[in-house]
Write a protein that binds this ligand. Structure first.
Ligand code: NAG
Ligand code: NAG
Ligand code: CA
Length: 481
């Protein structure tokens, strides 16, 4: 276990406000007393648990930086005073010299916010979303998570009120059918005002009804078992029937696809054929296939697979179901084969999907949902209607860091959804942070039914809250103007 230094930074933070002119964190209005606009806290002055102060990498501020994040409980604890309940933007100055990592930010022992630290050679600042400080002393912890990064300091700046959104009025597909248009019109009408409750899988949606008395507004289904490389090994699915069932009771449907690689499945003891959507379970090379083009046998298999999925999407269309369609999810994580070879191949595959489903199959009931945050993975405004992120962090927090990143990515012209979460966000937090996720969708087994992620009390609070729309409250959305 590591060392603990007991210097708290309460005084440090206040003193900084006084010294701040030399650090550039005070804005002086002419003929006025300087207004404190930011509070900076050096990591090396905070309470350290399992971590230590170092000075060997140049470029830090203060008297050093904190290193030694290598165990789950390793952390830095800042004590932060506040005169009022107030929302602040948080930035963390860090160095990612061991590559891309993730840290966790925990405010007042509450929700766990996951923050991505891109790889860097020097100290640099990254936005870590917002924190709602209480009046009095607050604790803000930076906890290991992946570990292996260096932390120099944090800065808290009073958050500006959220600017008005400027959401595109039309879907990207000019031939979008009336069902997709009605869905999009309805989604725009509630954005920023309410959040749609959502659940992965119809059976888990019905489980929520037994737990809370309310049914989710949105149900997501997975086309995984319609992937040809699974069907040929005997899989069957009721995902389409389940989606139609939810549609017929007035609900909204989202569809994702854990696309089992068309070929190249290892099918070993460790990596069975049914894991074939994971990078680790296949040597299918999406970059080589896209580069080889339409005459390549593997490219032909991609088309075969897309056409098989088109059959299912047409069944939804024929039943009058507009679909929030979220293919190639979590690509930037690289754990799925479609993201394994970097952004360019993935974007080409997304373009192929769009062209084949919209251009060739004339599937006009789709609303296109993109699911990565990083700008270099973004396929572009012309083929994306809604931006989304998958966030797995405990504590039922508002996920403001990811929301803000998506606002930037879409220049606030695209609706933004929490397409998969481990923990349903607390509506009071969503409102306080003004994180206007359009929907949240909790993953099924071991998340929705796991008190560490979603306690029965939290689920009840979420599903009974006025800010959260449930199935009974969205009836008639298809004809809403
Ligand atoms: C808190 O209030 C005190 C006393 O009014 C003031 O001196 C100080 O600048 C305030 N601090 C912040 C961070 O607003
Ligand atoms: C198709 O992909 C498989 C699996 O990665 C690979 O073994 C094979 O060489 C590829 N075929 C072509 C024609 O590129
Ligand atoms: Ca420092």
């Amino acid at each position: 276990m590591g060392t603990t230094t007991g210097i708290t930074n309460v005084l440090r933070g206040l003193a900084l406000a006084a010294l701040a002119t030399t650090r550039g964190v005070v804005s002086a209005k002419p003929c006025q007393v300087p207004v404190v606009t930011a509070m900076l806290f050096e990591a090396e002055d905070a309470l350290l648990t399992g971590t230590r102060v170092e000075t060997s990498l140049a470029g830090y501020t203060g008297s050093g930086y904190v290193a030694g994040f290598d165990e789950g409980t390793d952390k830095i604890t800042f004590s932060i005073p506040s005169n009022a309940t107030k929302l602040y933007d948080l930035t963390i100055r860090y160095a990612g010299i061991y590559g891309e990592k993730r840290t966790s930010v925990v405010l007042n022992s509450g929700a766990n916010t996951e923050v991505l630290f891109p790889a860097t050679e020097a100290f640099t600042s990254v936005s870590a979303g917002q924190v709602l400080l209480n009046e009095g002393t607050n604790t803000l912890e930076i906890v290991n998570n992946w570990g292996w990064y260096l932390v120099d300091s944090i800065t808290l700046t009073p958050a500006a009120p959220r600017a008005a959104h400027n959401i595109n009025t039309a879907l990207v597909n000019p031939a979008a059918d009336t069902t997709a248009q009605a869905l999009y019109r309805y989604l725009r009408s509630i954005y920023g005002k309410k959040i749609l409750s959502g659940q992965q899988d119809l059976s888990w949606a019905n489980y929520i009804a037994t737990q809370t008395g309310k049914t989710p507004a949105l149900v997501a289904v997975d086309l995984i078992d319609y992937s040809p490389s699974r069907v040929e090994r005997g899989t069957t699915s009721t995902a389409v029937e389940d989606a139609i069932t939810h549609h017929n009771r007035g609900g909204i449907v989202s569809v994702l696809w854990h696309w089992n690689a068309p070929t190249g499945l290892y099918d070993t003891e460790e990596n069975k054929w049914w894991s074939g959507f994971y990078t680790r379970a296949t040597d299918f090379d999406v970059a080589a296939t896209m580069a080889a083009g339409p005459t390549n046998a593997n490219y032909t298999l991609l088309i075969r697979d897309i056409d098989a999925i088109a059959v299912q999407l047409k069944r939804l269309r024929d039943a009058g179901v507009p679909v929030l369609w979220r293919p190639l999810h979590e690509a930037e994580g690289a754990w799925f084969w479609w993201g394994a070879k970097g952004p360019e191949a993935c974007k080409q595959l997304y373009g192929l999907l769009y062209e084949r489903l919209v251009g060739y199959h004339k599937l006009n009931n789709l609303v296109w949902v993109w699911n990565s945050i990083a700008a270099d993975w973004y396929p572009g405004d012309a083929t994306v209607d809604i931006l989304s992120a998958d966030v797995y962090a405990q504590g039922n927090g508002p996920m403001s860091v990811q929301y803000d990143q998506l606002i930037k990515l879409g220049v606030d012209k695209k609706l933004i959804a929490a397409a998969e979460v481990g923990a349903a966000p607390l509506p009071s937090q969503l409102q306080a942070y003004e994180t206007h996720w359009l929907w949240f969708c909790v993953w099924g087994d071991t998340f929705i039914n796991n008190a560490e992620w979603n306690s029965p009390a939290v689920l009840k609070e979420v599903y009974e809250h006025d800010y959260v729309l449930t199935l009974d409250e969205i009836q008639g959305w298809r004809t809403a103007s």
